[in-house]
Design a protein around this ligand. Structure first.
Ligand SMILES: [Zn+2]
Length: 325
């Protein structure tokens, strides 16, 4: 799932009120609002920004961040699949402790997602070059505690609070320099059940939305029973590099009903169409879905594809870039 800020700013709750059949699962406001409520019992392991903890007063103090000359104003912070993007895992404490086992599980699924994508990219003579593994480099993961009761209550406030906290907690500019890349994104892990989503940068957005983030739930929407699967991680990561959701129409992106029908018919196991396997369940040891030429085009694995003649609304002005026009 992907959230377009034009909709977001027009009313997050309106969006979340809708029961959307997504490739990932159903979203319903009741469940989304069913998050947390307990106070954190032991947050000693969590980075705490202390008195600068962002809260609702943040909106009053907020200053629009400026553009810096190294930033890519076309793609946002995650630039291209081959850019060696630094993916920083952010384990958000929203009232429930993260166990070592669950953190390890998310890193394992992340590895399966990245390797699955890289393998699929090879079919297009490309790949997925990202640095993500906090088991090898612990600096790639951070525990954060935010004074926000519900991260989905106000997505803009959450984004601001996260940016403020991350600027203090993670030397991501240093990491980017060390890994020799100008590309970075954040995987915000939520210890709860819900519909995972990504807020990608769109050309024309203010710098406020520059730092792109996937919000990945530990469990899917059905309660704390089924872990989110590696395919969901892979699906959300592809949004960072420009992939469209293909399970529903989207006027902003030019995803028409014809596009959705075409994908359903020709690529029923497309990763941007579904994160379920062909039996309607999850696969946890690999990413069984396929990447269609349209998605390969969207993320810049290929420069062109025959479907663009059929669906000219999908033609990109710039490689891997979402735009409002
Ligand atoms: Zn999506």
């Amino acid at each position: 799932m992907r959230i377009v800020k034009r909709i977001l700013l027009a009313g997050t709750s309106l969006l979340l009120c809708l029961n959307l059949l997504t490739g990932c699962s159903w979203v319903s406001l009741g469940v989304l609002y069913g998050m947390l409520s307990e106070s954190p019992d032991d947050s000693s392991d969590f980075y705490d920004p202390g008195s600068s903890t962002p809260d609702s007063s943040l909106t009053d103090d907020w200053e629009e961040p400026g553009w810096e000359n190294w930033m890519n104003t076309a793609t946002g912070s995650a630039t291209y699949p081959e850019s060696g993007t630094v993916l920083i895992s952010v384990y958000l404490d929203t009232g429930l402790d993260w166990t070592e086992e669950d953190v390890a599980l998310t890193q394992q699924y992340l590895q399966i997602a990245v390797e699955g994508l890289d393998q699929k990219g090879q079919a297009y003579q490309s790949g997925m070059d990202v640095v993500y593994d906090s088991r090898q480099d612990p600096r790639l993961a951070v525990n954060l505690s935010l004074d926000i009761p519900d991260v989905e209550d106000d997505l803009q406030l959450t984004n601001r609070a996260l940016d403020a906290a991350l600027a203090e907690a993670v030397d991501y500019r240093g990491l980017m320099e060390e890994y020799q890349t100008d590309s970075v994104a954040f995987l915000v892990f939520l210890n709860d059940s819900g519909v995972s989503y990504t807020i990608p940068y769109y050309q024309g957005d203010s710098a406020e939305w520059y730092w792109e983030k996937c919000y990945l739930y530990l469990y899917d929407l059905g309660g704390r029973r089924n872990y989110e699967n590696p395919a969901t991680y892979a699906h959300e990561m592809l949004h960072l590099f420009g992939a469209w959701d293909l399970y529903e129409t989207n006027d902003t992106d030019g995803v028409t009903q014809q596009v959705v029908d075409y994908i359903r018919s020709e690529y029923p196991t497309e990763l941007m169409l579904t994160t379920y396997n062909i039996w309607g369940g999850y696969t946890y040891d690999r990413v069984p879905q396929v990447i269609s030429p349209l998605t390969a085009y969207a993320i810049g694995w290929i420069e062109d594809c025959p479907e663009l003649d059929q669906f000219p609304t999908l033609e990109r002005q710039q490689r891997c870039c979402f735009s409002y026009w």
